[in-house]
Design a protein around this ligand. Structure first.
Ligand code: UDP
Ligand code: MG
Length: 343
């Protein structure tokens, strides 16, 4: 399956920026000691097909020895770069850092658990070479629990059909992205780094590609119900104002119903029980309304917090921005532009 965005596939391949060979393999990982060695070997094996490559591990505050394993790879392999966060900041923060510090023109994002087989990267690369900025893998026979599959389908459908948000249906985080465009996406002044919705919003040329999927090769998934719900809500309020319009309509309906009930009560046709029931319904609707408004307030606060990094780096074997490094301001009064420390 393959679909294109509203701007359509470029008509002539030579019209678009042809990708160079350089590829950063980016691997965000959080407590992946059960898979990390195998992930490194399998990804490294596929990268042999390209001339100019690097492996960029983003350790998202692991506490199980994942970072030590990565340092072991780096000690033997100069192509291995890593950044390690001061704590767990979440997958979005991890891939945002990955896109910012990737040094090659194309970045392929992998999962450390190898659910999307690295061998599929070549098909993503070939597709990107046809003239796209982003190619998202869509998992064929997705090997995740039913509630995950249903959750993704449900919230993406609500986003697309009801809220008018443009996004590639079924897109996973296994993807190839033109690195310059990826940086633009993660740098955009939005409240949330929701990649699959931001890339279309900025006008990136994107498409999807069906790729195989398998169960984790080890360890456990990191998503729970709370994270899944908050991720969906971030998409809804981050990219659409329709929920606010619905709330206004709901408020208008409640006011009209309230007026009718009040007139009936004054005319003696409604007793105290009916009035109490009507008050309860009004209170519940008000609560729902407040919750939705609160989500938008949170969104506004996040936008105002632009400039506050979404993560802090404790260790790295590449230079990183001083303001993104926990120990980046070691020099008094002089704020170094780049922090080169490896701890
Ligand atoms: N991950 C991360 N930070 C987190 C959670 C996950 O960097 O807080 C990484 C994880 O190590 C893996 C990728 O994101 O490489 C996908 O995570 P997971 O397999 O749990 O997600 P799923 O496949 O269930 O969607
Ligand atoms: Mg997984």
């Amino acid at each position: 399956m393959s679909s294109t965005n509203t701007t359509g596939a470029p008509s002539r391949v030579e019209d678009v920026h042809r990708p160079r060979a350089g590829i950063t393999a980016m691997i965000p990982c959080y407590n992946e000691i059960a898979c990390i060695e195998r992930a490194y070997r399998e990804i490294q094996c596929e990268l042999v097909a390209y001339d100019d490559v690097e492996l960029l591990f983003i350790d998202d505050g692991s506490t199980d020895g994942t970072l030590d394993a990565i340092k072991g790879f780096a000690a033997e392999d100069p192509l291995v770069k890593y950044i390690s966060f001061a704590r767990n900041f979440g997958l979005e923060a991890a891939f945002s850092a990955g896109f910012k510090y990737a040094s090659k023109p194309w970045t392929v994002q992998f999962d450390a658990d190898l659910q999307s087989p690295p061998q599929e990267m070549h098909r993503l690369v070939d597709k990107a070479l046809e003239g796209y900025d982003v190619v998202f893998a869509v998992r064929e026979n997705r090997q995740d629990p039913w509630y995950r599959r249903l959750g993704t389908r449900g919230h993406q459908t609500i986003a697309r059909r009801w809220l008018g948000i443009e996004l590639p249906q079924g897109a996973s985080v296994f993807r190839i992205v033109r690195t310059s465009v990826a940086r633009k996406v993660v740098d955009s002044r939005l409240s949330t780094p929701y990649f699959i919705a931001t890339a279309p919003l900025l006008g990136a040329r994107y498409t999807t590609l069906l790729t195989s999927h398998r169960p984790r090769v080890g360890g456990r998934g990191k998503w729970n119900m709370r994270k899944l719900v908050s991720h969906a809500v971030e998409l809804f309020v981050g990219f659409s104002f329709r929920p606010l319009a619905w709330m206004s309509a709901l408020a208008a309906a409640v006011v009209a119903a309230g007026a009718a009930i009040l007139s009936l009560a004054l005319a003696g046709r409604f007793g105290p029980t009916e009035l109490a029931a009507a008050s309860l319904v009004t209170a519940l609707v008000t609560l729902i309304l407040l919750t939705v408004v609160a989500r938008y307030l949170v969104r506004m606060m996040r936008v105002q917090a632009i400039g506050v990094p979404h993560y802090q780096i404790r260790e790295a074997n590449i230079p990183v921005r001083a303001d993104e490094a926990l120990y980046g301001y070691e020099t008094p009064y002089v704020i170094a532009e780049v922090w080169e420390g490896v701890r």
